[in-house]
Design a protein around this ligand. Sequence first.
Ligand code: EPU
Length: 330
Amino acid sequence: MRLSLKKFNTFGIEAFARNILFLKELKQLETIPHLKDCLFIGGGSNILLTKDIEKTVIINQTRGICTVSEDDDTIELAVASGENWHELVLYCIHKGYGGIENMSLIPGSVGAAPMQNIGAYGCEIKDVLTYVKAIHLDTLEMVQFSNKECEFGYRESIFKTSAKHQYFITDIGIKLTKKNHSTHTRYGDIEDWLTARHIQKPTIEDISNAVISIRESKLPNPAILGNSGSFFKNPIISTTQFESLMTKFPTLKSYKIDDQKVKIPAGWLIESLGWKGKRIGNTGSHKNQALVLVNYGNASGNEVYQLSEDIKKSVWETYGIILETEVNII
Ligand code: EPU
């Protein structure tokens, strides 16, 4: 029997699976003979399906948030990987736990969050993460990775490099503050939002509201217009290449990383080449954020993939910069 995966990917792409397992308890994994051959889907918010899936698809629906330890100032929570990330953020804000409010409204599951070290508005999950627990797909052994062992970088972790396709993340630990929260409001848009409302000492709830409002104004809601957030990563180039590009393109935007490296907003590059808001068939680059590719209704995964390749090609030809996809192409 063929089962549709349309509901299980935020791009809303139609692709079929032969066999789907809805994972509610980890012991269900023991019934699957070759876990390594399965496709694991969390929130489905970072994948582009370009074909039907012959492997077993495992949809992670594990749940649970519990306290590992706490004192007067901090609390450490253990969270099951199948929990929804934004619901976790809202839960923490409701309880008064600070540390993840800048990452409000990021679609996807808790288990996917450390994979690509999700981040927004000056914060990344690596700032609060204490550990990742994962099952080795061959041995079924449960392994615990410390924050350091996760080898986090910008949208990077060991789960995308040397440990790729080796583990299934079962739960994570995060350490949050119960008082004296260190809020991060430096990111331009947040500051402007707070100033416009005369908020001088923002609470974690104010920051979450600011982020939600900014994201809603810039990023399309996947429930209305299928998408997977940023399709590409912001490229990091050498200072030498940056200086040479500036002589030709003086308005090029950049963020200095260190003396050798500069990060370039991919959205700027894509917009400068006329892709922003452009619709090609059933897909296109979003009108408010060029970095986000969208599905206008019946796009096939290959149509979106072709557009992404065309965008990459034009960025390469004009700027000599290779855009890397952030989304996993399957
Ligand atoms: N820009 C443009 N045109 C665009 C979009 C952006 O010129 O269409 C330029 C603007 O100059 C802007 C700069 O890019 O000042 C940065 O834009 P923005 O603040 O929207 O952030 P971003 O770098 O495009 C990143 C993340 C987002 C995250 C925001 C806010 C990546 C790949 N993306 O986008 O993450 O929400 O910062 O922190 O790092 C996601 O990963 O799915 C995601 C949405």
